[in-house]
Write a protein that binds this ligand. Structure first.
Ligand code: ADP
Length: 254
């Protein structure tokens, strides 16, 4: 039997070659605030995971830990096979440049820069020359359906278009994992739906996606839901009875 097959048969919670996110007993404290109280989570390549839970339950802290922006207080974090706990800051920057794309609720675009320049910034730490960065930025804007807006500045774009630019910036380096923190939170529902469709398309083409959302109907429509409460994973549809959490979430959404 191959090593990969053996690994697949390993005990639950043991990372396999396909495990791109492996959190084990992760805690994070800020002063006396315990933002994460022992989070364990495994995500396999090409999964599309919704992260839900009340405000303050630790969703953003968990996502930032996966994105290596936050270091855990204790516990182990492996991202794309790398043990993050033992890595220096410059190695972490390289890991992020190679493997991780971020999308935020409020886009975080540079107001004075065009869509193409904003997207090209996603390659700043990837060692790509400026001209090549802009070429790849245009390709990424094509991928998100904004090939006709490359020269527009954020003030000339709708909210949905700004989020598409932010997604293009996140994917321009072909990341393994796309992390989205409330990407539809600042959008009307039609624009939000289009952003979700785009995330699904990116997932279909091979990107692992973790998306935090308050939109329970949206969460219920995704293949896997992870529900957080008080800094821990309260329920994970991949380990509970199939569909029970999705049904529960959809029930709340109705
Ligand atoms: P959620 O994304 O579910 O709303 P967060 O991860 O943002 O939750 O926050 C979890 C808890 O950690 C909250 O009590 C929040 O106030 C606290 N927290 C998050 N980031 C910081 C920080 N940088 N400094 C202090 N407390 C923080």
């Amino acid at each position: 039997m191959s090593a990969a097959r053996l690994a697949e048969r390993a005990a639950p919670g043991t990372p396999t070659p396909d495990t791109v996110v492996h959190l084990r007993d992760v805690t994070k404290t800020y002063g006396d605030v315990r933002a994460l109280r022992g989070v364990s989570l495994d995500v396999t390549a090409r999964e599309l995971v919704a992260v839900v839970g009340p405000s303050g339950s630790g969703k953003s802290t968990m996502l930032n830990t996966v994105g290596t922006l936050d270091r855990p207080t204790s516990g182990s974090v492996r991202i794309a096979g790398h043990d993050v706990g033992s890595m220096r800051d410059d190695d972490l920057s390289r890991l992020r440049a190679e493997h991780i794309g971020f999308v935020f609720q409020h886009f975080h675009l540079q107001a004075g820069a065009t869509a193409a320049e904003n997207v090209a910034d996603g390659l700043l730490y990837a060692g790509v020359a400026r001209r090549a960065r802009l070429e790849r930025a245009k390709d990424a804007l094509e991928r998100v359906g904004l090939g006709h807006r490359v020269g527009h500045r954020p003030t000339e774009l709708s909210g949905g278009e700004k989020q598409r630019v932010a997604i293009a910036r996140a994917i321009v380096g072909d990341p393994t994992i796309l992390l989205a923190d409330e990407p539809t939170g600042a959008l009307d529902s039609a624009s939000g739906q289009r952003i979700l469709t785009l995330l699904r398309e990116l997932n279909d083409s091979g990107t692992t996606v973790l998306v935090i959302t308050h939109d329970l109907a949206l969460a219920a429509s995704l293949p896997r839901q992870v529900r957080m409460r008080d800094g821990a994973v309260e329920e994970d549809s991949s380990t509970s009875d199939a569909g029970v959490l999705a049904d529960a979430i959809a029930g709340v959404a109705r």
